[in-house]
Design a protein. Structure first.
Length: 383
């Protein structure tokens, strides 16, 4: 990349519909009046919610988009809201959004709720009134997520967030040969965080209420004072996993270089400190940290099979359901290469590194998965 770009892409799957703005935020646990955050940079957001499809109409996208727009306005964002946009309207809105980011800089946020699909390894947003009858029509009748990424990158502003609430089944699956499920995992550029509301290639159902499960938890946690986005999303992930009884596990891939806080409030005690204090108080000072994973040494045979240059690292062989590793997105057969910057050469070195961690304090893992390296944050639990 020609310039350093902090890009957050959050792909989530609780879909929404009605274009009216609810006045019952307080009843749903969302503050109707958030004290304005202490921010100095420009914050710009484009929010799109598509529900009124002729084929496979959706229940919640406009609700999700409208509620997220309202929450972001309270958090200092200047918001443009589009509901039930066709391809032309969506394209114009994205182009204008990119122009504003280039002119004003600051933080940009794009949120989309509606149908989305993967075709030939690329993710597409589906406008309403899209007459798609064959898979080869998607690239020119849909909106390539790459268009949004390109507009943000060319704007040159320091930080961007993308939230795609689009992890539903392919609405045209019966007429498509591949009938792929959910969205495909996208590479996380340097300084980026990509989060899915469920694992790549998986789907999430509509929520039972006004919002989808992930979006409901996002709205409930986004305005928490002084909490970094990665810690906030770990809270969301845990709640979604618990609410769905393990059927839906939000996914993440991170290469962030800095922090972002939706609601900075220097007048209040840092929320991360509160959370860690609560965890440590509950655990007690002598509790032993753990990730909830079993692993083994990387043998020469494993290294050759996985395309690793050297037989070094610890390969994950099993994860405890609901454990810190599983919640953070670790997968079986991932190879852990680094723990908080420390090289992991074997199963023993991983165990030693985990034993030195603190319960409730986030750590960064570098893992090797499907031919590439990625980073993810994990909060160690206690045995």
């Amino acid at each position: 990349m020609s310039r350093h770009l902090a890009l957050f892409a959050i792909l989530v799957c609780g879909l929404g519909a009605s274009p009216t703005l609810a006045g019952d935020n307080a009843a749903r646990g969302i503050s109707a009046s958030i004290k304005k955050p202490a921010i100095s940079e420009e914050r710009t957001a484009l929010i799109i919610g598509n529900a009124a499809y002729e084929t496979s109409p959706l229940k919640n996208p406009a609700n999700d988009a409208t509620d997220v727009a309202a929450a972001l306005r309270e958090l200092g964002f200047k918001v443009k809201l589009v509901t039930d946009g066709d391809q032309l309207e969506m394209g114009k809105a994205i182009t204008a959004f990119g122009s504003v980011l280039k002119e004003k800089g600051g933080t940009g946020l794009f949120f989309y709720a509606g149908h989305g699909m993967q075709v030939n390894g690329r993710n597409y947003l589906i406008p309403v009134a899209s007459s798609i009858e064959a898979e080869d029509e998607v690239p020119y009748r849909g909106i390539d997520v790459g268009m949004v990424l390109s507009k943000m990158e060319s704007a040159g502003n320091p930080m961007n967030i993308i939230i795609l609430d689009a992890c539903r089944n392919n609405p045209f699956a019966r007429s498509f040969r591949s009938a792929s499920r959910g969205l495909v995992q996208m590479d996380a550029p340097t300084g980026s965080l990509i989060v899915y509301s469920t694992a790549p290639g998986s789907v999430a159902s509509d929520g039972t209420g006004r919002n989808g499960t992930f979006t409901e938890q996002l709205l409930a946690n986004m305005a928490t004072p002084n909490i970094d986005v990665e810690l906030m999303l770990r809270k969301v992930r845990s709640e979604v996993y618990s609410t769905t009884e393990g059927r839906q596990t939000p996914w993440s891939s991170s290469s962030l270089q800095g922090a972002f806080v939706f609601n900075p409030r220097p007048d209040l005690k840092n929320e991360e400190v509160r959370i860690v204090e609560k965890i440590v108080h509950r655990a007690g000072p002598k509790q032993e940290p753990f990730l909830g994973v079993r692993s083994q040494d990387v043998t020469p045979e494993i290294a050759r099979a996985y395309g690793l240059s050297t037989p070094s690292g610890a390969m994950v062989t099993a994860l405890k359901p609901g454990g810190p590793g599983a919640i953070s997105g670790l997968k079986q057969n991932d190879v852990v290469l680094k723990f908080n910057g420390q090289s992991i050469t074997s199963d023993d070195t991983l165990k030693t590194a985990v034993s030195t961690a603190q319960v409730g304090t986030p750590v960064t893992l570098e893992v090797f998965r499907e031919g590439r390296k990625m980073e993810m944050a994990v909060i160690p639990g206690s045995k």
